[in-house]
Every structure is written in C-alpha cells, then in structure tokens.
Ligand binder design. Structure first.
Ligand code: ZN
Length: 438
C-alpha cells in the first residue's frame, strides 16, 4: 500500500516536471526545485552570474521564450512547442530568412536514429542550433527559404541549486547529489531528481548516525560551484552517491568509485548480494557525472552511482526517446529501496571492540546463552535467509569484532544481515562485552 502511494506520487512528479525546459541556469531549474521542495524541505540557493569558481565562471542566465523554423509558406518545420529538445541549450537569439544550404549548418540530427530528436547544448561557445528527427530533415525541400527564429536571452542572473544537510552524530559525512539541468529527458536525468527528493524525505524523518549532505545542482558547473563554495566541508566527506538514470528498462548496476573498494562500493555490493539482484559492475571511468568533480583533487571523495539503465549505455540516451514511455515509476521506487538499503548499510558500518580480554566470554552468566544444551542451531525460524541462529550471530560478532573491522565487513564475511549483526552488537554493548569504536 505504502509503495503504491509512493509510485503514484513519483508518477505525478515525473509528469509535472518532464515538460519544464531546464538548463544549467534559468527559470526552468528554479521552477523544478520549487516543485521538489514541496515534497521534502531543502534550501534553494543561487550563485550570481560571473562568479569565479576555480577555473570556471558562472555563465549568464539563459531564457528561451519561443523558437521555430518556418518555410516560405509559413509551415513550421520545427516548433519548440512540440519538444524542448528542438533548440540547442543556450542558443543565442536569431531572426533570419536563409536558404536550405545555410539552414543545415545549424541543424543537428542522428542519422542512425531517424525518429529521435537529439539533445544538444552549447553553454560556453555562443552560437545557436536546432535539433530535429533525421526522418524530417531528409524530407526538407532544398529549394525553400527558411525562417530561423529563436527568441532567447542571456542575462546577468544566477545559477540555482538546492541543499539540505541532515545531521547525524558520528562525525562522518556523506554526500548525496543529483543534477537538474536536462530538459524533457526522463531517465537521464529526471528519474534521479525524483529519487533524490524521495530519499531526502525518507531520511529526514529518521534518527541518523551519520550526516548526509543532499545537493541538487546543474551538472558540472553546479558541482564545481558547490565545491568552491564549500571547499573545507567537502574535504571532510567520507564518500557519496550521485543519483541518476534509475528507472530505465535495462539492467541494474552501479558505477564503481575511483578507489574501487571504498565504503560506498562495499555497501552497494553488500546490498546487491543480500537482495539477490543480478547487477552490472561498471568500472570507474573518467567520463561520467559529478563524481568527476567530487572525486578530483583536493576532495578525492569516492562516489558511486546506482543505476537502472546507466547513462551512455542505452541507445535512447540524450534523445527525445528517453521520455516518460521509456521509464517506469515502479522501477524508480525499486531503485529507491536499493538506495535506502545502501544508506542502512552505511549506518550499520560501525566498528566494535571487545571488552573481554581473552577467549570467549561466558554468555550463560549474562543470560545471553540458551539454558539447555543441544539447542544451538535449532532456533532458525527467524534466520532462514542466512542460516544462522541468534547464538551464531552473537558468536560471530564477538569473534570478529577486533576494533578495526566494520560491521559491514563482518556481514560480508559471514553472510549475516548487517542490521541483525548490529542488533546483537547493541545487546552485547549493554552486557559490557563490546564497545563501539568512534
Ligand atoms: Zn546527461
């Protein structure tokens, strides 16, 4: 029932947000963040145009009011009202009648996917462009005169981003980010925006051990701006997740961090294995999303991305076919469940040290051992999954807690669920047999 409500909510958000023309700046991002902030509270902030952020500068704000290409009879060949993707992002204004030969210098198509409008941008090289289906492009009359019209502006404004920090008690901090700059593209990146806000809402209602820094910003320039504004804080972040492409029909998977074996890689592997999900392990690659900034020097934060149909991997990527028919809110909510389990694993990644200095402690005198001999390995009803009795769990956690190993590593080694191990560890702490290492 709860999941049905979530699916419906995700579906409604996807439908509301999909038509909005987002870019790296402008009213589309602001409108989108406003809608999301009704789902979970976060602060909407701005960085003024022209602000220097390391080697970059915040660009002017781009607004697009209207755009079309018309033939001499007034027939619209391209109309922005049909798809936001028809105009290259950050196109400068134009109002010119030109022959076919000149028009085609400004047209982008994909000959290998004739029914898709490609997604193109030119943020830093000031020019204009139109994108259209290759099938429509080859049908154009070469003798016609075409009216190219783009009513856009590039003005001083700001880059908008969102932030919320959920405070924990451990002193460890993780970053959970997504980007919000793609117009009318569903899997990349609208699915990530919706999952991000639902995850934020879920965690904001919990008592958390660790701190989670939620950031939603335009890709690349937003992440760079965020790093430059929060340099010291970013240097202290343990690991993180960039949420994107979570609801496509393809296989589940995750992109490994640049370290390959960080706490976040380990938590994801753990969840996939425990859940019995068949997944693709994508190696770290220098092409990608905002891990390119967060993992760069001096931050070096290990970042992973858990996906369902990862960007680059599906043919509809960055085309008009990555639309609401391509993704499913069911898959998005399933992905939310995986992200939540990963957070739970991070929360359970605790280190315990023994208080008993040698050999096994005597559990019986503390009431922690079955009173009648021979009962060991018989109370398995609650532990069918990992085939371990409660006593097994107690014995394993006592045996392997050495003040260095995390509960997550113990879980990996024994196959016992990390939450179950943690419950036993908390009980053993109360019995003065273990202590938590901070
Ligand atoms: Zn993209």
């Amino acid at each position: 029932m709860e999941n049905d409500n979530l699916k419906e909510e995700a579906e409604n958000l996807l439908r509301e947000l999909f038509p909005i023309n987002r870019s790296i700046t402008g009213s589309g991002v602001r409108k989108s963040l406003k809608i999301l902030s009704k789902v979970a509270d976060f602060e909407i902030k701005g960085v003024p145009s022209g602000t220097k952020c390391y080697d970059w500068e915040i660009p002017p704000e781009w607004e697009l009011k209207d755009a079309y290409v018309e033939d001499s009879k007034g027939k619209r060949i391209i109309d922005i009202k049909d798809s936001n993707l028809h105009v290259m992002g950050y196109s400068t204004p134009v109002d010119r009648k030109v022959p076919y030969s000149e028009l085609i210098a400004h047209i982008h198509t994909m000959s290998d996917m004739p029914d898709a409008i490609p997604y193109r941008t030119s943020y830093y090289d000031r020019k204009f462009g139109f994108c259209m289906k290759h099938r429509d492009f080859i049908a154009l009359d070469k003798k016609e005169t075409y009216h190219m019209y783009i009513d856009s502006s590039l003005k001083e404004g700001s880059l908008t981003y969102g932030e919320r920090i959920l405070k924990g008690t451990s002193g460890k901090e993780f970053i959970i980010s997504t980007y919000c700059c793609h117009p009318s593209l569903a899997n990349d990146n609208l699915s990530g925006m919706v999952l991000w806000v639902l995850l934020l809402r879920n965690l904001s209602k919990r008592k958390l051990r660790h701190t989670y820094r939620f950031v939603i910003a335009p890709e690349t320039i937003g992440a760079i701006a965020y790093c430059s504004l929060n340099e010291e804080a970013m240097k202290n972040i343990e690991a993180g997740l960039v949420i994107t492409t979570v609801a496509g029909p393809g296989k589940r998977g995750y992109k490994r961090s640049f370290m390959g074996s960080s706490i976040i890689d380990m938590a994801i592997e753990h969840v996939f294995r425990q859940s019995g999900i068949d997944f693709i392990r994508y190696p770290f690659d220098i092409q990608g999303s905002d891990e390119r900034q967060f993992s760069s020097l001096p931050f070096r934060i290990p970042i992973c991305t858990i996906t369902k149909d990862k960007y680059y991997e599906y043919p509809y990527y960055h085309t008009s076919l990555d639309n609401l028919d391509f993704i499913k809110s069911d898959w998005l909510i399933e992905a939310l469940g995986i992200y939540l389990k990963v957070i739970e694993s991070l929360e359970n990644s605790i280190v315990y040290a023994p208080l008993n200095h040698a050999c096994e402690p005597m559990l019986g005198k503390r009431g922690a051992y079955p009173k009648t001999g021979g009962a060991i390995n018989q109370n398995r009803k609650d532990a069918e999954k990992d085939k371990k009795s409660d006593l097994d769990v107690i014995k394993w956690i006592l045996f392997l807690s050495d003040g260095k190993k995390t509960l997550l590593e113990i879980s990996e080694e024994t196959g016992i669920d990390s939450s179950r191990l943690n419950e036993a560890a908390i009980r053993l702490c109360k019995l003065s047999l273990l202590k938590e290492v901070k």
